[in-house]
Write a protein that binds this ligand. Structure first.
Ligand SMILES: [Fe+2]
Length: 178
């Protein structure tokens, strides 16, 4: 169901339909983005393993970037005359990310859980670039492009930790030597 809002007046010369569509897209991604921010700290606090300190500190950087992106999306909503929805209740009801597991500790498990959720967010944002453009709101498309570029970089950092795993040397049949 579309969350049609009563818009606050603005002198911005944009059609109200373009504003409505952009506000709805931005609030959806704001819910996802706050969820991403929360799970990033959840992993930062709880992961355990030999690469701990590097990933622990990397995730703090991710959180700072995501907080800034969330602020930009929320403020674009209000600049368009809408209401930004950023409460815990809104995130719970609107985020499309799967609940983050609270019973995992291994670095590989946290990386996999983050990659699963960052990629859902990244792909939704990428789709929304075109959605906002088609709705006639290029500034929101530009903001989604900024968010998309940032989240793709973070996804790359996460995936790079998993693509050349250390551990047993693999032979041809895929079973490790012990
Ligand atoms: Fe910390």
């Amino acid at each position: 169901m579309a969350d049609t809002q009563r818009l606050h007046p603005t002198r911005t010369e944009l059609k109200s339909n373009a504003r409505q569509v952009a506000i709805e897209l931005l609030n959806k991604r704001l819910a996802d983005g706050i969820d991403v921010a929360l799970i990033t700290k959840q992993a930062h606090w709880n992961l355990k393993g030999p690469q701990f300190i590097g990933i622990h500190e990397m995730l703090d950087g991710f959180r700072a970037i995501q907080d800034d992106l969330n602020d930009k999306m929320a403020e674009r909503v209000t600049a368009l005359g809408g209401t930004a929805f950023g409460t815990a209740q809104d995130v719970t009801s609107k985020s499309q990310l799967k609940p983050y597991p609270t019973d995992i500790y291994k670095i590989a498990d946290h990386l996999a859980a983050l990659i699963d959720r960052y990629s859902v967010f990244a792909n939704a944002v990428r789709q929304n670039i075109d959605d906002a453009d088609e709705a006639g709101e290029p500034d929101t498309a530009d903001l989604f492009t900024e968010v998309s570029r940032a989240i793709d970089k973070q996804l790359w950092f996460l995936e790079a930790h998993t693509q050349e795993p250390t551990g047993p040397i693999r032979d041809g049949d895929g079973k490790g030597h012990r």
